[in-house]
Design a protein around this ligand. Structure first.
Ligand SMILES: NC(=O)c1ccc[n+]([C@@H]2O[C@H](COP(=O)([O-])OP(=O)(O)OC[C@H]3O[C@@H](n4cnc5c(N)ncnc54)[C@H](OP(=O)(O)O)[C@@H]3O)[C@@H](O)[C@H]2O)c1
Length: 241
């Protein structure tokens, strides 16, 4: 992927990993469009980085995804890169009264939305790259977040197929596989003990410069390379009975 002079749409680009990507892509000389549900957070980022273009939208709503694509087609038909970063993570148990409703919301946000965006944006003539954010939990689930882990395994698998399927359209598909990082994912405080986003972003850009298309870091690097036995051991360590 060419790292400068692109126009890049980053879903969830106003916080956490998305914000780290936004700030670094700006530094590398790109124009960045960010979207998310919270207009105030989008405005805060645009206030700090005046070149940033913002669009409030709820990606769990199919009509809003279509409206986002239409807006980009009408106003930014030179978009080079789509970053599917937005996601939610929910602690839950299968016996919770609201399990199914919350599971559906997670599946819509983490699977349905990015798949729909990929199918829409792959038809934009200018599009060169799609960057999907999965997780180290794509390889080994954390049972406290059972649906989240499964959505990331799905998205990892789909990303492998998409990379092969979109070759004929000259669209490169890159997977970003973060380990646990200190963001507000799942709620404030839950990831406080994890490493900072800045270390991960530094490594991401080095790996992008090196031409890697599967970008791992720390835990996700070891899980991506793990044997079946290593994965079983990791599962038992992460999910004590
Ligand atoms: N932090 C970690 O430990 C970790 C590890 C592996 C993978 N990841 C992945 O990294 C990505 C970013 O997460 P993060 O850690 O940076 O957490 P975060 O700060 O909570 O970021 C999630 C972003 O997604 C946006 N978003 C969520 N639902 C949305 C919706 N329905 N419509 C539009 N935007 C929506 C949020 O914005 P609004 O709330 O304003 O909508 C927010 O900006 C996620 O895909 C996550 O699964 C994170």
């Amino acid at each position: 992927m060419n790292l400068s002079n692109n126009k890049i749409l980053i879903t969830g680009g106003a916080s956490g990993i998305g914000l780290g990507l936004t700030e670094r892509f700006i530094k590398e000389g790109n124009t960045v469009i960010i979207c998310g549900r919270r207009e105030s957070v989008l405005k805060e980022v645009a206030g700090k980085h005046p070149g940033v273009i913002t669009r409030a939208c709820d990606l769990s709503d199919e009509k809003e995804r279509i409206a986002l694509f239409k807006w980009v087609s009408d106003h930014h038909s030179d978009l080079d890169v789509l970053v599917n970063n937005a996601g939610i993570q929910q602690w839950m148990a299968i016996t919770d009264a609201d399990f199914f409703q919350r599971a559906k919301q997670e599946i819509i946000t983490n699977i349905e939305a990015p798949l729909h965006l990929m199918s829409l944006f792959a038809n934009l003539k200018s599009l060169k790259t799609i960057l999907n954010v999965t997780s180290g939990l794509s390889f080994v689930p954390l049972t406290k977040v059972p649906v989240y882990s499964a959505t990331k395994a799905f998205f990892h698998s789909f990303t492998l197929s998409a990379r092969a399927l979109l070759k004929s359209k000259n669209i490169e598909v890159i997977e970003l596989i973060p380990p646990a990082l200190n963001t507000d994912l799942g709620g404030k405080g839950l990831h406080d003990a994890a490493p900072p986003v800045s270390d991960f972003i530094e490594s991401v850009f080095q790996q992008l410069k090196d031409g890697k298309t599967e970008i791992t870091f720390g835990f996700s690097e070891s899980m991506a390379k793990a044997s079946q036995d290593d994965l079983k051991n990791a599962f038992n360590r992460m999910n004590p009975a």
